[in-house]
Write a protein that binds this ligand. Structure first.
Ligand SMILES: [Zn+2]
Length: 330
């Protein structure tokens, strides 16, 4: 009997039900410390978010993993309104965990001051009981029925900060007790190999590790070294010409496939800024590409350079079924 499952906010489903998956994205971001970097990180328009998700569905998408951790933009009530609106049409997975150290006070944040094992209990509760509707922002915790289905951790540019090392240990312990997958925000694709080694040494199942943002470090030999660890790489940024052209990303993906790693590649857009989304942009009269670009523009480019439909199906459909499935808790 196949008892594998992925945990969406409206309940557990079998991995096969996910269809085409965007493994790292955003629909709502309700402020938080990211806004000190740019006002574009504020995205609180439920109608625009619904429209963006419907464009993704129209292009063939079915499941979206929204990677906003508590305290860094996660908005449980707005996201649940969206998830309920798309019930039966699209699945949404939400995250618990942490972002990079920059977003936490080094002296008095609860990530710093609270005992590691107590935080593990808080993470387990979000995955097994229900998310805190206030996203652990304050003294009151009120859980909703919806559970988190992925753990996020973050690392910085070229370093893994002591606070990040703590959150990595917390993520590993939480994974071991719940089987929940882990996605890592790497800064510009750096420290990915190192964080993967840390997690594996802490006992995390390699096939539950997803490394994000490696597209921003377009180094195919580095990708190969990481793939040898049997973890997943989420390439989450076509349509980001300020970092690299789509052709570089597409050719690197093709190279990895040709070298035998097509079972370890995931695709996403990570459209975590206002103007990265078609529908948010429209509210201010701007025209931009959005989340559906992955399916409407990037997949055709992959085909143009010789990636087969079967290989595309692995990246969009089959590989997420392994990466996002809960493993046996230990
Ligand atoms: Zn993101």
């Amino acid at each position: 009997m196949n008892n594998k499952f992925v945990r969406t906010v409206l309940g557990d489903i079998s991995p096969e039900e996910m269809g085409v998956v965007d493994c790292h994205d955003h629909l709502i971001k309700n402020g938080g410390p990211e806004m000190s970097e740019h006002i574009d990180f504020l995205m609180i328009d439920i109608e625009a978010a619904k429209k963006e998700l419907s464009l993704f569905v129209k292009a063939g998408g079915k499941t979206m993993v929204t990677m906003d951790p508590p305290n860094v933009g996660r908005d449980v009530s707005r996201m649940l309104e969206i998830a309920n609106h798309f019930k039966g049409k699209a699945h949404i997975i939400m995250a618990t965990g942490f972002h990079k150290a920059k977003f936490y006070d080094k002296y008095c944040s609860w990530l710093k001051t609270v005992d590691e094992d107590k935080i593990v209990e808080m993470m387990i509760a979000e995955i097994q009981e229900g998310m805190d509707i206030h996203s652990y922002n304050g003294p009151v915790v009120e859980r909703v029925k919806a559970k988190a289905g992925i753990i996020k951790v973050g690392t910085s540019y070229g370093v893994i900060d002591p606070l990040e090392q703590k959150s990595i240990r917390i993520a590993a312990k939480t994974h071991i007790k719940t089987g929940c997958p882990i996605l890592i925000h790497t800064q510009l694709g750096t420290m990915a190999y190192e964080v993967a080694i840390m997690l594996i040494n802490l006992g995390v199942d390699a096939s539950s590790i997803i490394l994000s943002h490696l597209n921003k470090n377009p180094d195919k030999y580095y990708y190969k070294k990481i793939c040898k660890l049997n973890v997943f790489i989420a390439f989450d940024g076509p349509d980001r010409v300020k970092y690299l052209p789509d052709s570089t990303l597409a050719e690197n993906i093709k190279w990895l496939i040709d070298n035998g790693y097509q079972k370890q590649i995931l695709l996403a857009m990570d459209a975590g800024r206002f103007y990265y989304q078609t529908s948010y942009s429209e509210t201010k009269g701007f025209k931009t590409y959005g989340i559906s670009y992955m399916l409407t523009h990037f997949v055709p480019l992959l085909k143009e350079i010789g990636v087969s439909q079967e290989q595309i199906n692995d990246m969009l459909i089959n590989n997420p079924q392994v990466a996002l499935a809960f493993k046996k808790a230990k």
